[in-house]
Design a protein around this ligand. Structure first.
Ligand SMILES: C[S@@+](CC[C@H](N)C(=O)[O-])C[C@H]1O[C@@H](n2cnc3c(N)ncnc32)[C@H](O)[C@@H]1O
Length: 290
């Protein structure tokens, strides 16, 4: 496929043609503008208004290469190695999940609850931190909180540590497996937060190629025979290691709200609330340790 010329508009036409079988026109225009921003540093407004501007050969090659990667269904965030979350910029790579808008709602809920507290130096723990998006955003808005985070993946932790530093936040990261719960600091936490792996392997057949082929399966999947494994283990951990009155916040599989409710209720947690995400799906469950 040929590019008609070296104006921004020529590249946009090329992207629209090259990616039309995967993305809508609006999505392609957005992706093209992100590619230009990444390679040339031009804003979205300039991208829209300066369509007749010419680009040089080396920039043209870089932007062309991005189109080729996008055509393999690779998410733009993994190509630019950047994701925006809760107004902050995060480095991402193939070892971490791309932070999702639904998880921003979880962060907002935690911060809203935190603002109602009398004491500000609460101990919080994020389990399965990935890019570190949850603890970094919490610490950014609640610097008096003492924020801890764990993940089983050393590669993910490297990314999270970098993100905490890039965003000038202090988060205490530890490599730990929540299924054995060894290695986690012996602290009695006030808030425990987790967006654990929650997609049953059998659901993978319905998943998009951009997720399935590029995002880390360690972050996504649980065995079909025990889809609630992480919720059970984290609830057990919270029961043992959280103050009475402490709050447990989960992101959940939209099909499992009832089952996760049963898990936390059975362990004696109270005030169980299920909240919907922007798409109207059950997505957040939170409760209080009695
Ligand atoms: C759904 S991702 C969430 C990532 C990030 N918190 C977010 O919301 O974007 C789940 C994370 O749990 C981690 N994980 C998987 N198994 C784990 C285990 N046994 N112990 C601790 N973390 C685990 C994965 O490496 C992954 O980073």
């Amino acid at each position: 496929m040929k590019i008609a010329g070296n104006k921004i508009s020529d590249m946009l036409s090329f992207y629209r043609e090259h990616l039309k079988s995967i993305y809508s026109v609006d999505e392609i225009d957005e992706l093209t503008s992100i590619a230009f921003e990444h390679v040339m540093g031009i804003s979205k407004t300039d991208f829209r208004n300066k369509q007749d501007e010419r680009i040089n050969q080396s920039e043209l090659v870089l932007i062309y290469d991005i189109a080729k990667e996008l055509a393999t269904h690779k998410p733009i965030q993994y190509i630019t190695k950047t994701a925006w979350f809760y107004g902050l910029k995060f480095h991402v790579n193939e070892h971490v999940l791309i932070p999702r808008p639904e998880t921003e709602e979880l962060v907002k809920l935690v911060l809203d609850e935190y603002k109602k507290e009398k004491q500000m130096n609460l101990h919080m723990l994020d389990i399965g931190t990935g890019s570190g998006c949850i603890p970094v955003c919490i610490e950014k808005e609640a610097p008096e909180a003492l924020v801890h985070a764990v993940d089983i993946s050393p590669e993910a932790l490297q990314v999270a540590i970098r993100n905490a530093a890039d965003n000038n936040t202090e988060v205490h990261f530890v490599k730990a497996d929540i299924l054995t719960a060894q290695n986690i600091d012996k602290i009695t936490f006030d808030y425990i937060i987790s967006n654990p792996p929650y997609i049953a392997k059998s659901e993978s057949t319905q998943m998009e190629k951009n997720v399935l082929d590029f995002e880390p399966h360690l972050a996504l999947f649980v065995e079909d025979n025990d889809p609630l494994l992480f919720y059970k283990k984290i609830t057990d951990f919270a029961k043992e290691n959280m103050n009475a009155g402490g709050k447990l916040f989960f992101e959940i599989n939209q099909r499992m709200a009832k089952e996760v409710t049963d898990v936390v209720a059975e362990k004696g947690f109270k005030n169980i609330i299920v909240q919907k995400d922007i798409n109207g799906n059950d997505r957040i469950l939170w409760c209080i340790k009695a």
